[in-house]
Design a protein around this ligand. Structure first.
Ligand SMILES: Cc1ncc(COP(=O)(O)O)c(C=O)c1O
Length: 476
C-alpha cells in the first residue's frame, strides 16, 4: 500500500504505529471495546437497505428491535439511533420542540450545535449563565434558581435546554430543574452527550431520563464502545410528539446510514447491559486510585470534587488534571505528554487536561496517566510561573438580532482585532470544547476579542476565525 499517496491514511497509520495510549474518544479505544467477531467482519457488515436489514427512517424490523432494546436499557419510551452524532440529536430536539419564531432558554456555554439548530429553525436563544468558579477557572453548572428566573422573565419560552454533564463531568440539578420546567408546562431537553454510560452503574450520576427530561441525547462514541458519529436520542413522556421527532431526523440524517455505525450502537447497548456494571465499577475504583497517586506529586491536582452546590453529581470516570501549579497550561501539558510520554488526552484548555476513560481502557493504560504526569512534573515544572490566567467575561453579549437574521444578512470579513462593536455573523469561540464566545447576532466587545486572542496565543484553536485572524460580521 502506497500510504504516502494517501495523506489521511498515512497519518492514521503513523498514529497506530506510534502506539499512543488513547485517553480520548471514541470510547472503544482503538477497538479494545469491541469483540473480535465484529472487528473482523466490519467490511462484510457494511450493507444497505436490502431485504432483512430494515430502514432507519422507517424502522420495522432489526433496527426497530435494536432501538427498542436501547430504549429499555436507557429508560426511555423511544430511542433513535443517530449516525451523525449528538449534533443531529440536538438539532432534532430543538426543531421538534420549538416552532419557528419561538424561543428557548439555553446555557451560554452550550455546544455550537444548539446555535446552529436555532439558525435552521428560526428559534431565539435566551441565555443563562452557568456559575463560574473564579479560583479554579471553571464554568460549573446552571442553577435551578437561574432557570426559574429565566422562565418567569420569559413566559413564552418553549422550554429549557441543559448541558449535563459538561465536558468536565459536572452535572446540573436536572431533577429540580425538570420540576421547575414542568410546573410551567414547558419542555426539558438535555444534552447528555458525555453521559451515555450513566445508566449502567449505580455509582454514576442518574441519567437525565430518570430525572425528568423529555428528550435527551447521548454520544455513544464518547464514552461507550461505539464508533465515532454514533449517538442515541431518547424520548420519555407525552410532551413531545414522537412522529415529529422521527420526521425531523429523516430530514437531517443521511438516507444511507452506515450499518457499521448502527451495529456498533446495538453492540454498545448489549455490551453495557451485560458487562457495564462490573467494568464501570472497576474503572471507577481504578480512577480513585489514580487520583490518589497523582496527589503525591505536588502541583498535580485533580480538582473536580463535590464542592459546588449547583453540581449535585460528578462523573467519576472523567479525569480532569490541573497543571497550573506546574507552571504549564493544559495545552503545553498535552503536547509534552504526547511527544514524550506517548499519551494523548481528549482535550486541554488554558489550565486543565481532560482524559476520557471508559470500560475499554486497560488497568495499565490508566496507570500510565500517573507515570506520565509524574515525569511531566519532574522534567517540566516551571515553579512560580503563572503562564496563562484566563479572563472570562461574565457578560452575555448584547444580542442585536436573532442568530438566523445575522446568519442570512449581508456579511463581510474583518480582522478579529478590529471587530469591536460589530455584529458577529457567525459563531466564534475556542475548540475544543466548542463553546461559542460570540454567536450570530451578538455585538463583539473588547473583552471577548482579548479573551479569544489570549486563548489563541496560549495554543488553543479558534473556530469562526479564518486564516487565524478574520471574522464574519454583519454589514448593514
Ligand atoms: C456538550 C456537547 N454536546 C454535543 C456535542 C456534539 O456531539 P457529537 O460529536 O456526538 O455530534 C459535543 C461534542 O463534543 C459536546 O461536547
Amino acid at each position: 500500500m502506497k500510504k504516502e499517496q494517501m495523506p489521511l491514511v498515512q497519518a492514521l497509520f503513523q498514529y497506530i504505529e506510534e502506539g499512543i495510549v488513547r485517553h480520548h474518544m471514541p470510547g472503544h479505544k482503538g477497538g479494545q471495546g469491541f469483540c473480535q467477531e465484529i472487528l473482523t467482519n466490519l467490511a462484510q457488515m457494511d450493507v444497505t437497505e436490502i431485504p432483512g436489514m430494515d430502514d432507519l427512517h422507517n424502522a420495522k424490523g432489526a433496527i426497530d428491535r435494536a432501538q427498542r432494546l436501547a430504549a429499555k436499557a436507557f429508560g426511555s419510551h423511544h430511542s433513535w439511533f443517530l449516525v451523525n452524532g449528538s449534533t443531529s440529536g440536538i438539532h432534532a430536539m430543538i426543531l421538534a420542540a420549538c416552532p419557528p419564531g419561538s424561543s428557548l432558554i439555553v446555557p451560554r456555554n452550550c455546544h455550537k450545535s444548539v446555535i446552529n439548530a436555532m439558525i435552521m429553525g428560526d428559534v431565539s436563544p435566551i441565555y443563562i449563565l452557568p456559575q463560574y468558579d473564579m479560583e479554579r477557572g471553571l464554568a460549573t453548572q446552571i442553577t435551578p434558581a437561574a432557570v426559574k428566573q429565566a422562565l418567569e422573565s420569559n413566559p413564552d419560552a418553549r422550554g429549557v435546554l441543559l448541558v449535563s454533564p459538561n465536558y468536565y463531568g459536572m452535572c446540573a440539578d436536572v431533577e429540580e430543574i425538570a420540576h421547575i420546567v414542568h410546573k410551567k408546562d414547558k419542555v426539558l431537553l438535555v444534552d447528555e452527550a458525555h453521559g451515555a454510560h450513566f445508566p449502567f452503574n449505580l455509582k454514576l450520576p442518574s441519567s437525565a431520563g430518570e430525572l425528568g427530561a423529555d428528550l435527551w441525547v447521548h454520544s455513544a462514541h464518547k464514552t461507550l464502545p461505539s464508533f465515532t458519529q454514533t449517538a442515541y436520542l431518547h424520548l420519555k413522556g407525552q410532551r413531545i410528539n414522537k412522529d415529529r421527532v422521527s420526521q425531523i431526523l429523516s430530514i437531517g440524517q443521511t438516507s444511507s446510514p452506515s450499518y457499521i455505525f448502527m451495529a456498533s450502537l446495538d453492540w454498545a447497548r448489549y455490551f453495557m447491559c451485560t458487562q457495564g456494571q462490573d467494568l464501570l465499577s472497576r474503572l471507577i475504583d481504578k480512577l480513585m486510585e489514580v487520583r490518589e497517586l497523582l496527589k503525591i506529586d505536588p502541583g498535580i491536582n485533580s480538582p473536580i470534587r463535590s464542592i459546588w452546590p449547583e453540581v449535585p453529581a460528578l462523573d467519576p470516570t472523567r479525569l480532569v488534571i490541573d497543571f497550573k501549579e506546574l507552571g504549564l497550561t493544559g495545552y503545553q501539558a498535552e503536547k509534552i505528554l504526547r511527544q514524550e510520554e506517548g499519551i494523548q488526552m481528549e482535550m486541554s484548555d488554558h489550565r486543565y487536561g481532560i482524559f476520557i476513560c471508559t470500560v475499554a481502557d486497560t488497568q495499565s493504560q490508566l496507570e500510565k496517566i500517573v507515570q506520565a504526569c509524574q515525569s511531566l512534573g519532574k522534567n517540566h515544572r516551571k515553579e512560580g510561573n503563572d503562564p496563562f490566567t484566563l479572563s472570562v467575561s461574565r457578560e452575555i453579549p448584547k444580542q442585536m438580532m436573532s442568530p438566523r437574521q445575522a446568519f442570512y444578512s449581508k456579511r463581510g470579513k474583518i480582522p478579529l482585532i478590529e471587530s469591536q462593536g460589530r455584529i458577529s455573523a457567525s459563531t466564534i469561540g475556542a475548540y475544543p470544547p466548542g463553546i461559542p464566545r460570540y454567536c450570530p447576532g451578538e455585538q463583539i466587545a473588547k473583552e471577548g476579542i482579548e479573551e479569544l486572542l489570549l486563548i489563541q496565543r496560549g495554543g488553543g484553536n479558534l473556530f469562526g476565525v479564518q486564516e487565524d485572524s478574520y471574522v464574519d460580521v454583519v454589514i448593514e
